[in-house]
Ligand binder design. Sequence first.
Ligand SMILES: Nc1nc2c(ncn2[C@@H]2O[C@H](COP(=O)(O)OP(=O)(O)OP(=O)(O)O)[C@@H](O)[C@H]2O)c(=O)[nH]1
Ligand SMILES: [Mg+2]
Length: 438
Amino acid sequence: MKELLTDEKTAVTENARAVLVGLVTRGRDETECEISMNELERLLDTAGGEVYARMVQAKETPDIRTCIGSGKVQELAELCRGGDVKLVVFDCDLTPAQIRNLEKELDDGGDIRVIDRSMLILDIFALHATSAEGKLQVELAQLKYTIPRLAGHGAEMSRLGGGIGTRGPGESKLESDRRHIKRRIAALEEDIRNLEAARATQRKQREKSGIPKVAVAGYTNAGKSTLLNALTGAGILAEDKLFATLDPTTRKFALPDSTEILLTDTVGFIRNLPHHLISAFRSTLEEVLYADVILVVLDFSDPECASQLSVTKQLISELGAGDKPILYALNKCDTRPADAIKPADADSARTVEISALTGAGLDALIEKLAEIVNDGKRNVWFRFGHDSQGAAAQLYKYAAVLRAEYLDDGTYLFATADKKALGMFEKYLSEKPDGIDD
Ligand SMILES: Nc1nc2c(ncn2[C@@H]2O[C@H](COP(=O)(O)OP(=O)(O)OP(=O)(O)O)[C@@H](O)[C@H]2O)c(=O)[nH]1
Ligand SMILES: [Mg+2]
């Protein structure tokens, strides 16, 4: 069977106008709904569409038939008719039956398409997948999403899709044979397993080399790729779009003490990430599992910084990497509001404000990273006055002394000290003495 994801199906329909629909329910208050709707608008923009109008209904529980109440469906139909809108995007997940009912009731002979948040995210993934593995993962996620939705779709399935929510497997192909799709899913899973095996071999080689691994993770659009580019000149596509990066990229980076580390850029997180997407992209998302340290990048200029961090931390722990040391980079400090509050969820001793764009704070970030990578070891200067020469001799026992300078005001020792040594010799910690070469 021919690969379903073809270029023809990933063509963007620019400026598709859409009505966005959200629900304020018992478990989801107005603020939460608004945050999620703002994000939905950005997702739509990334997919190449634009918002015509938003509609929000407060409802204890979603309607089984149409998600929103019947009065609202009529209102929505009028809104679409008035604006000649052919696309409706629901912020919550819709069942196949809800999609069918809504499309039927909204449609007065036209061709209104109803999709949900998951389908929109899948669409963006289809648009941004570049590597073979990425494309396979997207196709798998789309097929897994589609198959339970095939039941009862009957003749409607023959409508050939186009534009937002239809990228990937074309509907007319899907109707042709359900078994075909199941076989395709099995074949995709097999291909992905093979690629995973190749990736595991690479990973093992890296592990053997003993080079510490740092995964750059965080909410989508936080600036992960920009940071990796700034540090290593990796040349990864970084842009003001959600999910610009789908494939992990790894680059070597030398810390100031010349320890080499591997930095890996990873796919971004988002709230309400569809589960089938997590399972299809598991091997890509799992990069954080094999890291020694996770560098969480946050967009400090975004008012939602704190909630984005909690989504990020939750996903990291769901992936099984919750016990790894984390360093927090509060990025975009060049454009953050003056009164931005540091998220309480981030360990303040391990938080550095940076701008991946201007380079501000990157030295401090690298220093902190080196500290964590070396498990608290730091390269520091100590000064021992003339009456503390005994202590200076002791330092040689507890730390690796890299350099000694005998100056008028005492002996200066530059050493790699671990936590214990740093504690023992804390009172001798010193600035680098003036007038000596690097
Ligand atoms: N002002 C400002 N913009 C930044 C900074 N870092 C990144 N950006 C911008 O933020 C946008 C997203 O950056 P990316 O590096 O693509 O973000 P990402 O986290 O890799 O995003 P995804 O791969 O889409 O998940 C781009 O337009 C960057 O130019 C920063 O420090 N300051
Ligand atoms: Mg990126």
